[in-house]
Design a protein around this ligand. Structure first.
Ligand code: ADP
Length: 521
């Protein structure tokens, strides 16, 4: 079932449906109509949630949430800070004592109900994601399915948190290992997956008895608030989930300073991740960090050309290149380089760009002007150092934050395009001669999240997969994330794993209990 979800995503990205170009005015009206409908739905919320009460900022400050495709303001949400965060932590702390004492089966039922509600509102939640984040509607609805799957999966895993009995070293002893929830968790999430990055953290946390304070990205808080409202409708008790947003450094500092917060789980930039890691030292908190990547996508001479093009397209252009597992460097062996560059350019040329609500669109806008400027800076740097633009390489005629899907050849590993995450729809092609050289280039980075290889050689598949210093490797496949497999990076891409049976360990403490004097009658 999950496989078909992945396949659908690949199909969406690979589909080359022509469609009429919508004018900015029509586009804006359509988005407005959808926004109006969503605003009257049962889950649309524009306040923070503290102890089960929808709350404004204490000083009544607000911030605007924009539609990145039109620049229009969708809603105002509270601009919260330290005080609200302290109160959210207190309510999570108070709720912990009762939530953690429920049986696993009881918590599982709440999560299952939440999952059902998320799925029942799949279309509208998808629309909300498109509205505030910009990704094409089909992809956004795909994210709802993917995001909800973490709640379903961890509703099941809740019942499988087993302890251990250790064979004793002395005859009158019994040695036990209990697994217990860490306590209050601060979950800080980015804008590129407004729902899935939250459910991937909150699912396992709640499943094993933790309570949470979520800080969604200020760019995409509405999806987080809607999902939280559905959690309340599922009966999850007040205080178990709290949401604050606004002044990110102030909220982050309040979460870090509180001794009641026992863990921070974060997805976002490496720079902020490092700050959180340093800040967590003050109270010795546990940390899960899912930070930036610099994914190599290696196409060997022996690859199937169609499979490699389709996989690269999916790995690179999903969410307009705005994911931390997006292929950032496409390494192509010299024997297939020209054929591959040609075939990829043709496929990229037919990716339809536009407002995420328009039929057939597979490339939405970038999140904001700063994101476009970054792409422009990287392209300029590459051209000045000898790279050639095969396709695109400039802003799209739609204006706003739309950028043309781009292919650049003759990229070298020392160019910005290869050193840092471009986070945009740009496929940089690097040429290599040997397998050893490809592995060297691929590993020559501080990042280590996702890598992709395309080859039909079984021995090479094993050799290269083992040699890549990455947390995830896709072989002949460009979209590999699923709730049942562990997701996370090595090196400066982060700490810990999310999803899968391993993901719940991040929210559990081991307690060793030694029973003595067992021979006494
Ligand atoms: P991106 O570049 O993807 O937006 P960021 O790391 O800036 O990545 O943002 C990811 C999340 O971290 C967002 O919710 C953002 O508001 C939050 N954030 C940014 N700065 C801080 C900070 N100093 N402390 C805590 N959270 C922060």
């Amino acid at each position: 079932m999950r496989f078909s979800r992945m396949a659908t995503m690949s199909k969406i990205l690979a589909s080359h449906l022509p469609s009429m170009r919508t004018s900015t005015r029509q586009l804006s009206m359509e988005a407005q109509n959808i926004a109006d409908r969503l605003k009257s739905s049962s889950f649309f919320r524009t306040q923070g949630l503290i102890g089960g009460k929808w709350t404004d900022a204490y000083d009544a400050n607000t911030l605007k949430v924009n539609n990145p495709a039109t620049g229009e303001i969708i809603a105002n949400v509270p601009c919260m800070g330290r005080k609200e965060t302290d109160d959210a932590v207190s309510s999570a702390y108070n709720a912990f004592s009762s939530w953690s004492k429920l049986t696993a089966a009881e918590r599982s039922k709440y999560l299952r109900k939440w999952y059902d509600l998320l799925m029942a509102h799949k279309e509208e939640l998808g629309q909300l994601i498109t509205l505030e984040q910009g990704k094409p509607l089909k992809e956004a609805i795909g994210e709802v399915g993917y995001g909800a799957a973490f709640i379903e999966f961890f509703s099941e895993e809740a019942k499988r948190v087993y302890g251990d009995i250790i064979p004793a070293t002395l005859a009158d002893r019994r040695l036990l290992v209990l697994k217990q929830p860490v306590g209050v968790v601060g979950a800080i999430t980015p804008w590129n997956f407004p729902l899935a990055m939250i459910t991937r953290k909150v699912g396992p946390a709640l499943a094993c008895g933790c309570t949470v304070v979520i800080k969604p990205s200020e760019l995409t808080p509405l999806t987080a608030l809607a999902a939280t409202e559905l959690a309340l409708q599922a009966g999850i008790p007040p205080g178990v989930i709290n949401v604050v947003m606004g002044n990110a450094p102030e909220i982050g500092d309040a979460l870090l300073a509180s001794p009641q917060v026992r863990k921070i789980t974060f997805t976002g930039s490496t720079a902020v991740g490092k700050k959180l890691m340093a800040g967590a030292a003050g109270t010795v908190k546990r940390l899960s960090l899912e930070l930036g990547g610099n994914a190599p996508c290696i196409v060997f001479d022996d690859a199937d050309l169609d499979v490699a093009v389709k996989g690269t397209l999916a790995a690179k252009f999903r969410n307009s290149g705005q994911t931390c597992v997006c292929a950032n460097r496409v390494l192509v062996q010299e024997g297939i380089y020209d054929k591959f560059a040609d075939a990829l350019s043709k496929a990229v040329q037919s990716l339809h760009v536009g407002d995420g609500f328009s039929e057939g669109v597979v490339q939405g806008p970038l999140i904001n002007e700063a994101a476009v400027k970054k792409v422009e800076r990287f392209i300029e740097d590459a051209i000045s150092k000898g790279a050639k633009v095969l396709l695109g390489g400039k802003r799209h005629s739609l204006g706003m934050t739309f950028y043309e899907p781009t292919v650049v050849s003759d990229v070298k590993n020392e160019m910005l395009l290869a050193r840092e995450e471009v986070f945009g729809p740009v496929a940089p092609l690097l040429r290599f001669k040997t397998e050893e050289e490809a592995i060297h280039i691929a590993n020559d980075t501080n990042a280590g999240l996702a890598a992709y290889i395309f080859t039909n050689n079984v021995q090479r598949t094993w050799r290269v997969s083992e040699a890549l210093e990455y947390g995830l490797v896709g072989v002949n496949e460009g979209i590999i994330s699923t709730e049942v497999a562990p997701f996370g990076g090595v090196k400066q891409s982060g700490l810990g794993r999310e999803g899968s049976k391993y993901g719940i360990d991040e929210y559990l403490e081991l307690k060793y209990v030694c029973l003595g004097d067992m021979n006494r009658k």
